[in-house]
Design a protein around this ligand. Structure first.
Ligand code: IMP
Length: 178
């Protein structure tokens, strides 16, 4: 069903079942890859909160999770700048880090964040993202665990917002082209 959010219309794109399937697939890969490790998950707020919660419930290796807040978006356009507003409360040094991100668009947020994290001396850093707008790439970054590659269209739901709204939708909806 179409959704009106503020001044825009959105159409269904990925339903709950597809998302759940992707979350389980990603969790299985991480569980296998980190069998004898104790990774530290770092989820990027606000957008990744729902994905991180669902994914983390499926993780069965000893691990920790922490949250950071970064931002590169205003409205439906990337502003291109990354601001760190909440720092990490767990030491990164010698840890195996798995970053959890909702969506990789230009790649600016993640490349900047990974550069910052590397300064803290982690053993390894891997990236896990639910969505990737491959065509929008400006700053290429390897995504080790990915849910879906999507077209370069604005999406909301499952944690993702349009100007703060729409995060509570259970599925992911795409901006309706007029
Ligand atoms: P990047 O730095 O250009 O890769 O942008 C990544 C960030 O922008 C994500 O963490 C999201 O918060 C936000 N973002 C990118 N595309 C969308 C979208 O289609 N809907 C909602 N937020 C988005």
């Amino acid at each position: 069903m179409d959704k009106d959010i503020l001044d825009k219309k959105f159409v269904p794109y990925l339903n709950e079942a597809k998302i759940t399937e992707a979350v389980s697939r990603i969790a299985s890969s991480i569980n296998a890859d980190y069998e004898d490790k104790m990774p530290l998950f770092i989820a990027i707020l606000n957008g990744a909160f729902m994905f991180a919660a669902d994914l983390y419930k499926e993780i069965n290796v000893p691990s920790e999770i922490s949250f950071v807040k970064l931002s590169s978006y205003a409205g439906t356009q990337s502003s291109g700048s990354v601001i760190t507003s909440i720092g990490l409360d767990v030491a990164i040094n010698a840890r195996d880090i798995i970053i959890i991100e909702d969506i990789v668009d230009t790649g600016k947020t993640l490349t900047t964040f990974v550069t910052e994290l590397k300064k803290e001396g982690p053993s390894s850093i891997r990236v896990c993202a639910l969505l990737h707008k491959q065509e929008a790439t400006i700053h290429p970054i390897p995504i080790d665990y990915l849910g879906f590659t999507i077209p370069n269209l604005f999406v909301v739901g499952y944690g993702l917002d349009y100007n703060g709204f729409g995060r509570n939708l259970k599925g992911i909806h795409q901006l309706k082209e007029s």
